[in-house]
Design a protein around this ligand. Structure first.
Ligand SMILES: [Zn+2]
Length: 416
């Protein structure tokens, strides 16, 4: 079987790379990664104002020079069974197009016209201002999360927000200031030689190059404002929430400047401890003690920063005390259980056969690492990363650096 994450690279004459994968399917998936995002919505950049990267993303599919009729691109794609969308990230905006291969060239040239030659009208801007105000109001309450507990944990216990909500969406007065001129100036930043193009399916590479050769790209340097994740509260504390009826014990870690191997190791150990097949913490707290119904490990990484949390729901304070007293002993026990670790590696590798079955999943994974490291790792590469942790010495290093008592912090969520 071919490696499902293997993408070839074609360097275009304008210096931009196309990462492509030919697959015998009757459609094409295209992603264009523009290196402009919310961290760049600051006044020191051309057209920079709070909320402008997001505002521009809303405006981009409205009209373009060659296709000035409002919404004509979306209509063309939708009515032909395709899909377009866009997503503003911290340092990039990704534009997505998928459509039948028979219509791909036509759709792609229209798509690029909208990205690089958009037309902004005051009447469209007025409507988007209201839509964005509404979008901000919906996100405001629990930003950057979407429920009461995670909001608290990620803003008062940890600080995980990388851009303030105002920089992301703009305040009412920022939104009122965004006009045709600002959008045009900010859109010039899209013409960057650092654009990355990803394509998978059935397509003609020469035609993609031809479409791109119509536009002029340059070296664009943008300033950014991005905050680093950190602890807000280092001491063990508790807080009452109205959303829960039982104590939830939480432990977690925050780390900067970590390698991909260590990121993989953190995820490996976190999932190993809590998984339902043979996870030692799960076995201890659910199967042996009957304390905890659904414990959960989660991690979130951006660039070389990562934070992880483990949520352990309990019934009463005595359970919490028992967990606090024994959890590190339990975690350390497994570092000496070579057989369990070996089984976990085997389980993970067998599990991976189900990954990347569809092209959307492959594109997703490829985008992540293209943004993170500028390369797309293969399936084989990820298999080898997993195999590293068969060596319990490697897992011990991960424990010491990222899970041991001296680096993790605890928090207790109580019921109101
Ligand atoms: Zn939006």
């Amino acid at each position: 079987m071919k490696d499902r994450l293997f993408f070839k690279i074609k360097k275009m004459s304008n210096g931009i790379d196309i990462h492509y994968q030919k697959v015998d399917v009757p459609f094409v998936y295209l992603s264009i990664i523009i290196p402009v995002g919310s961290t760049h919505s600051i006044s020191t950049n051309e057209g920079g104002i709070n909320g402008v990267a997001h505002f521009l993303e809303h405006m981009i599919f409205e009209r373009s020079k060659n296709f000035p009729e409002k919404g004509v691109l979306e209509k063309f794609v939708d009515l032909n069974g395709g899909y377009i969308n866009a997503d503003v990230g911290l340092e990039e905006t990704i534009f997505y197009l998928s459509i039948s291969n028979k219509l791909f060239d036509k759709a792609m040239s229209r798509f690029c016209e909208h990205l690089f030659n958009p037309v902004f009208k005051e009447e469209d801007i007025k409507i988007q201002r209201e839509i964005i105000r509404n979008e901000r109001k919906q996100k405001e309450r629990y930003y950057p999360e979407n429920n009461e507990i995670d909001n608290y944990l990620n803003t008062k216990w940890m600080k995980t927000e990388r851009v303030p909500i105002r920089q992301l969406f703009g305040s009412d007065s920022d939104l009122n200031k965004i006009d045709i001129k600002i959008l045009e100036r900010f859109n010039c930043n899209y013409r960057s030689k650092k654009i990355k193009v990803l394509v998978s399916g059935k397509f003609n590479l020469k035609n993609i190059e031809k479409i791109f050769s119509k536009y002029f790209f340059q070296n664009i340097k943008l300033k950014k404002n991005i905050e680093h994740i950190d602890w807000k509260e280092k001491k063990y504390k508790n807080k009452k929430f109205k959303d829960i009826k039982h104590p939830i014990y939480v432990i977690g870690g925050i780390f900067n400047n970590i390698s991909l191997k260590d990121e993989w190791g953190i995820r490996f150990l976190g999932i190993l401890l809590t998984n339902y097949s043979h996870g030692p913490l799960y076995t201890w707290l659910r199967k042996e003690k009957g304390i905890s119904y659904s414990m959960r490990f989660s991690d979130d990484s951006y660039g070389k920063e990562i934070f992880w949390k483990m949520y352990i729901p309990t019934n009463k304070m005595a359970d919490v005390e028992e967990i606090r007293l024994n959890i590190h002993k339990k975690i350390k026990e497994i570092l000496n259980d070579a057989k369990l670790i070996k089984n976990e590696v085997k389980r993970r590798l067998y599990r991976r056969v189900f990954f990347y079955q569809d092209i959307a999943d492959r594109m997703d994974m490829a985008e992540n690492y293209l943004i993170r490291d500028g390369v797309i790792y293969t399936e084989k590469y990820f298999d080898n990363l997993t195999k590293i942790f068969e060596n319990s010495k490697e897992l011990e290093k991960i424990y010491d650096k990222y899970f041991s008592k001296k680096v993790v912090r605890e928090f207790l969520c109580l019921s109101k």
